[in-house]
Design a protein around this ligand. Structure first.
Ligand SMILES: [Zn+2]
Ligand SMILES: [Zn+2]
Length: 304
């Protein structure tokens, strides 16, 4: 099953010519999920050939402008495009109040489609979306205002039955279903064929975690344990450790420590301060602690 992430923006609060602020598209098995929606995200989506009309779920980590100012324009554009299908916003509860207030820049009650709000829970790891193939959880971070991360976990796929076994043992449809769910096969003469001789195990489920603005947290290490790809904010290089604490952000080294301690497969860093034209230094500092680190750039796509 395809599972990848496209970086639409990996800058932080101050816009630069090279980087849009935070936004990314997670694609899984043909479905797309927007994670954060900075100013101009809809333009960047078009530039990157992302099917705006295919969006059904948007995840907003927190209500700092560099993570959601683009939402108003996007909601309006979806209406102009004639959208009728429901849209789900997984977001801080306060965003619903903002959108439904009389001062909202987009009149949500006049849109041609319905918005469903899924307020993010302040109480630890919480399921916010379940689809046929995917579970998406939110988890609280530690930032200047309430902020959340998200982890996308594939559900374990069913076992695949070895085709030649079906005629060999005359397996019925009901038995095929049971075997795919892990059962052994009992033949008429009482012989038991173990499931391992009838099936090929499915690939290991993959997972992706997005850690938005935060100080370094031990709770995050537990939640993102063993994920295949971790995107973690790294606003500053290590020499700005004090500034990172003051502003509730992380350094590149801290992001790498989380990746190392959680035993993830791959780390992608982003959310860089506007002071960096090149982020080679941040990537180098992170690699000293966690070698399989890559510095995100806008337009970059990686497989989970
Ligand atoms: Zn930010
Ligand atoms: Zn922030």
């Amino acid at each position: 099953m395809s599972f990848n992430v496209k970086i639409l923006g990996c800058g932080s609060a101050l816009p630069t010519l090279n980087r849009n602020a935070t936004s990314q598209v997670v694609s899984h098995n043909g479905q797309i999920y927007l994670v954060d929606c900075a100013e101009a995200t809809q333009v960047v989506m078009r530039r990157n050939s992302v099917r705006i009309g295919g969006l059904n779920h948007i995840f907003i980590s927190h209500l700092h402008g560099d993570h959601f100012f683009g939402l108003f324009g996007l909601l309006s554009t979806l209406d102009l495009m004639g959208r009728k299908g429901d849209l789900y916003l997984h977001c801080p509860a306060r965003l619903q109040q903002m959108l439904e207030s009389k001062y909202s820049p987009v009149l949500v009650n006049e849109l041609g489609y319905t918005i469903h709000y899924e307020p993010l829970s302040p109480d630890g790891l919480s399921l916010t979306l379940e689809t046929k193939h995917l579970m998406v959880y939110s988890f609280p971070l530690n930032h200047r205002i309430p902020c959340w991360g998200f982890v996308f976990r594939e559900k374990p796929a069913q076992y695949n039955i070895i085709k030649e076994c079906i005629p060999r043992y005359n397996i019925s449809i009901a038995e095929i279903v049971a075997i795919k769910n892990g059962s052994d096969l009992r033949l008429e003469d009482g012989t038991v064929i173990p499931n391992s001789q009838l099936t090929i195990p499915p690939p290991k489920p993959k997972s992706y975690a997005f850690v938005s603005d935060t100080t370094k947290l031990d709770s995050v290490v537990e939640i993102v344990k063993d994920v295949d790809v971790l995107y973690h904010e790294a606003t500053y290089d290590n020499s700005y450790a004090n500034r990172a604490i003051e502003t509730f952000h992380c350094t590149a080294g801290q992001a790498a420590e989380v990746a190392r301690d959680a035993g993830v497969e791959k780390l992608v860093i982003g959310h860089y301060s506007g002071r960096y034209d090149s982020v080679e230094l941040l990537e180098r500092q992170a690699r000293e602690i966690f070698p399989n680190t890559f510095a995100a750039e806008d337009g970059m796509e990686f497989e989970v």
